[in-house]
Design a protein around this ligand. Structure first.
Ligand SMILES: Cc1cc2nc3c(=O)[nH]c(=O)nc-3n(C[C@H](O)[C@H](O)[C@H](O)COP(=O)(O)O)c2cc1C
Length: 373
């Protein structure tokens, strides 16, 4: 039997992923002062044990003000490198490559933790959780939603500082042992705010027509490519559409993806939305057509993400040529062993080759007795 596409290797820059199953970045809102801790080690490490070829760490603030919340990871200081290095070493020791998403939240910074929904931390919790709140920055002085903080519009100096912070964070990511960096240019965060007319009302060379709106994201993208070793893979996460009338279109995103490709980006991780008022038509596989459109329109590899649940769905996406990688977020939380389970589903005789040696032989023996696949 030929190996299912999901379990065929994929070359990205100087790394070869052992399969196509990737963990999408997921904020854990569990850091203090931007430092990774045991939670992040276990959260990310379990995906390596489960057989994912690439595990991408959550949106990591390139500046303290660029965090979505006070509990996000950060890489604005050298001290933040060591706990991340522990994580990359664990991933590498268990057959996965390590990625990190570098991010700036722009006007969506300084938000409450999602399971709280508001700043209701007690004085004691404010100390134990290292609570902070601050005034965000953005392309224009427009809040994300009626409930959001009013941001300060960025000036040239502020933009240059953010661009440089992305480059410095990339140097630190390298020292932390990451194999891949993902530029966060999606979900209504800072770079997406520049790209979209929904949030960008600037009248200088960074606002107005698409070429101007792309200017700052592409300056950041170029600085990051410059800072990250040429042979190492660099990818970008892009909201292909805003799901808002007058917002970013698939055609806009094809133009942007072509520019990223010209800068030396290796893959576009195709997502959507992120602005208040978006009319998202959500359902199984709802973003796969975006991955297909970018792959065809910009002639660049893509990752598909969004309500992809079953190995059969993943295999069909690859077989249809809609994407090169399959990224899972919530399904990976639900089943961190998704790839090793998928191996058994897609390979008739069962296959345990991606299990860690410490558990694969034992699960195989159990299945043999029960005559399960
Ligand atoms: C808990 C959680 C945290 C997330 N954090 C991030 C993040 O840090 N960066 C990002 O680009 N997307 C983030 N997302 C979005 C996911 O990466 C993914 O695109 C989305 O959940 C759709 O995929 P799914 O249907 O497989 O969950 C997050 C999603 C979840 C559920």
């Amino acid at each position: 039997m030929t190996t299912p596409l999901l379990f065929q290797p994929f070359k990205l820059g100087n790394i070869t992923l052992k399969n196509r199953a990737v963990v999408a970045p997921m904020c854990q809102y569990s850091a203090r002062h931007g430092f990774a801790n045991d939670w992040h080690l276990v959260h990310l490490g379990r995906f390596a044990l489960g057989g994912f070829s690439l595990v991408i760490a959550e949106a990591t603030g390139v500046t303290a003000e660029g965090r979505i919340s006070y509990a996000d990871l950060g890489l604005w200081s050298d001290e933040q490198i060591a706990p991340l290095k522990r994580i990359t070493e664990l991933l590498h020791a268990n057959g996965s490559h390590a990625g990190i998403q570098l991010a700036h939240a722009g006007r969506k910074a300084s938000t409450p933790l999602p399971w709280r929904g508001k700043f209701d931390e007690t004085p004691e919790e404010r100390i134990s959780l290292a609570f902070e709140e601050w005034t965000p920055v953005a392309p224009s002085a427009l809040p994300h939603s009626p409930a959001s903080k009013m941001p300060t519009a960025l000036d040239a100096q502020g933009m240059a500082a953010i661009r440089d912070a992305f480059a410095e964070a990339a140097h630190r990511a390298l020292r932390a042992g990451f194999d891949l960096v993902e530029l966060h240019s999606a979900h209504g965060y800072l770079l997406n705010q520049f790209l979209s007319p929904v949030a960008n009302q600037r009248t200088d060379q960074y606002g107005g027509r698409l070429e101007n709106r792309m200017r700052f994201p592409l300056e950041v993208a170029a600085a990051l490519r410059e800072a990250w070793p040429k042979d190492k893979p660099l990818i970008a996460r892009v909201s292909i559409i805003d799901w808002i009338d007058g917002g970013t279109t698939v055609e806009d995103s094809i133009v942007y993806a072509k520019k990223l490709k010209a800068l030396g980006y290796d893959l576009i991780h195709c997502t959507s939305g992120g602005f208040d008022g978006a009319k998202v038509q959500i359902g199984p596989l709802y973003q796969v057509p975006f991955a297909a459109a970018i792959r065809k329109g910009a002639d660049i590899p893509t990752a598909a993400v969004g309500l992809i649940n079953t190995p059969q769905q993943a295999e069909a996406i690859l077989a249809n040529g809609e994407a090169d990688l399959i990224a899972l977020a919530r399904q990976a939380l639900d089943d961190p062993n998704w790839p090793v389970h998928a191996q058994r589903h897609l390979m008739p005789d069962g296959n345990y080759s991606d299990w860690p040696k410490q558990s694969g032989y034992a699960v195989r023996a159990k299945d043999k007795v029960l005559n399960a696949k």
